[in-house]
Design a protein around this ligand. Structure first.
Ligand code: ADP
Ligand code: MG
Length: 545
């Protein structure tokens, strides 16, 4: 496909036969329609009383969730505009770990408002300029109303962690988990003199069904839901020297196959003896270089287990690759592919590796006093798998919320208060602008108000009435007036009811949503390759039949 400039400088494109093309206003309105459909579907999941979506993934697994990132990941988006929305949500999740639903809702709303202007013949470029001005103003307002917090103020950090956690957990459990989240982040946060670095990968989350949520705890090291491989092996090793094997501890198949053509019993016996010698040699070599703990991703030869037990080596098999990586990071060990390749340089250190029982029968492996003191684990307990899964999701949200405060130690209140406050400032600002840009900035303000409107709707309030009332409250100077979703009413001060969030998340939501909206508004020409167009036509025909 080539693009040329004709004499009157209008670009024209030579297309292959069968290519489908829509352009101009039709393309824009089409794109906006797609974005609106997705945003509309996501809308009802917003906030602590958000509804769940039931999704079925490609393997037929049913997933029930109201987590924006999860939903967007599972939407099998084919349309290019839908893909832009998915990308926006996922980048929001990757960067700050929260705010994905808000991004999609706001993005859709910004486009819906743009559509109203396009229908009144405002050019998209003018809308884009207006939106760009509005976003700088919005960030300015956010910075102004945000409140600095001290990183040693655990109480405030806990409130932020609690707001981030799904409201599904009952209150005292949320309190306990918020405490765990705050302590965990404090444990791993590093300061280089100027900025904080919080690497959440240093926190390993392990779930063990049984007991109840309040029995969850932090382990200063790594915990694995595994047992020692053989009953004769030691259960506890102090001054552990650790090897990590990303495979099986056995003689390689290739070596065995060569010897498999055996003619009589004598030869078979000899074969077994030789085999045993090789295995014993492999174990001896481990012991010689000082290994007393082995974590292995696959199986361990039975004979090898026996020899290891004799040498006082503790071994754990079927350890997940991701867990091996965590142990590597914690102990300084290097993961090795084959047993015979393990050398002294690959070994890691920990003060103690121990198999312990927690609450009755459950055995777990604890690796403590690691070379890297920043490596910790959280062991989650709960009555069923559904509970521990839900706790894990909530904990991850809480951890990123606390981390975000370390990145920029400023908070704002939630419940739609900041959106209302920005909208108020934008309407004022719009008056200083020229005609059509003014309209765009006002539309931006309208779009922001869709957040409090949706929160109001989620708890049974009339959304239009709520927005009108909140507007009046904000124009009276009540900066934190918002929707108290848990109690289904409007309040004068979201801050005083402890719905507190990191400033970083909201800033990121606004920026990501605007960028996405602008990207979509800029498209006025959609060219779909003939192969794709044909396939889509075929699918459409099939559906009609
Ligand atoms: P997102 O994926 O955008 O984070 P959430 O479902 O987490 O979506 O909802 C976030 C919105 O819910 C934010 O606007 C936040 O201020 C608001 N919110 C969270 N907790 C409360 C609460 N207890 N009362 C009112 N609003 C809340
Ligand atoms: Mg959230």
């Amino acid at each position: 496909m080539s693009k040329m400039i004709s004499e009157n400088r209008v670009p024209f494109i030579i297309l292959k036969e069968g290519t489908r093309r829509t352009y101009g206003r039709e393309a824009q309105l089409n794109n906006i329609r797609v974005a609106k459909i997705i945003a509309e579907a996501m809308k009802t999941s917003l906030g602590p009383r958000g509804m769940d979506k039931m999704l079925v993934d490609r393997l037929g697994n049913v997933i029930v969730t109201n987590d924006g990132a999860t939903i967007m990941k599972l939407i099998n988006a084919k349309h290019p505009v839908a893909k832009i929305l998915v990308e926006a949500a996922l980048s929001q999740d990757a960067e700050v770990g929260d705010g994905t639903t808000s991004v999609v809702v706001l993005l859709g709303e910004l486009l819906a408002k743009a559509e109203e202007l396009i229908r009144k013949d405002v050019h998209p470029v003018t809308i884009i300029d207006g939106y760009k001005k509005a976003i700088s103003k919005a960030i300015e307002v956010l910075d102004k109303i945000s409140v600095p917090v001290s990183l040693s103020d655990k109480n405030i950090l806990k409130k932020v962690a609690k707001t981030a956690m799904a409201a599904k957990l009952v209150s005292h459990e949320a309190d306990y988990l918020a405490e765990i989240a705050v302590n965990s982040v404090m444990e791993i946060a590093e300061n280089d003199g100027k900025t904080w670095n919080v690497d959440l990968d240093n926190i390993k989350i392990e779930k063990k069904v049984g007991s109840y949520i309040g029995d969850s705890f932090i382990v200063k090291g790594v915990v694995l839901d595994k047992e020692v491989a053989h009953p004769d092996m030691p259960r506890s090793i102090t001054h552990a020297t650790i090897a990590l094997l990303d495979g099986a501890f056995e003689i390689r198949k290739a070596e065995l196959n060569a010897k498999l053509y055996l003619e009589n019993a004598q030869q078979y016996k000899q074969f077994l003896e030789e085999r045993e010698e090789v295995i014993q040699g492999m174990v001896n070599k481990l012991a010689e270089i000082g290994v007393n703990v082995l974590f292995c991703r696959m199986r361990i030869d039975e004979k090898a287990e026996h020899f290891m037990a004799r040498k006082g080596i503790m071994a754990v098999k079927r350890v997940k690759r991701s867990d091996l990586e965590k142990i590597a990071k914690a102990t300084g060990a290097r993961i090795v592919g084959r047993p015979e390749e393990i050398s002294k340089e690959d070994l890691g250190k920990a003060k103690l590796v121990e198999e312990r029982r927690i609450g009755g029968e459950d055995k777990l492996i604890f690796i403590e006093g690691c070379e890297n003191p920043k490596a910790i684990s959280v062991l989650i307990r709960g009555a069923t798998k559904e509970v521990t899964d839900e706790v894990e999701r909530s904990l991850i949200d809480a951890l990123s919320a606390v981390k975000n405060i370390f990145i920029e130690n400023k908070i704002i209140a939630g419940g739609g208060a900041p959106e209302m406050e920005i909208a108020l400032a934008l309407r004022d600002y719009a008056r200083s602008l020229s005609g059509k840009e003014q309209l765009a900035v006002e539309k931006f303000a309208d779009a922001l108000e869709s957040i409090p409107a949706q929160l109001a709707e989620s708890c049974g309030l009339d959304p239009i009435e709520a927005v009108v009332t909140l507007r009046a409250m904000h124009s009276r100077g009540e900066v934190w007036a918002g929707v108290d979703v848990s109690n289904g009413k409007l309040v004068h001060d979201m801050y005083s009811i402890n719905v507190l969030e990191p400033l970083v998340v909201k800033k990121h939501v606004l920026k990501t949503a605007v960028e996405g909206a602008i990207m979509i508004l800029k498209i006025d020409d959609i060219v779909i390759a003939s192969s794709v167009a044909e396939r889509e036509d075929l699918e459409a025909e099939k559906k009609e039949e």
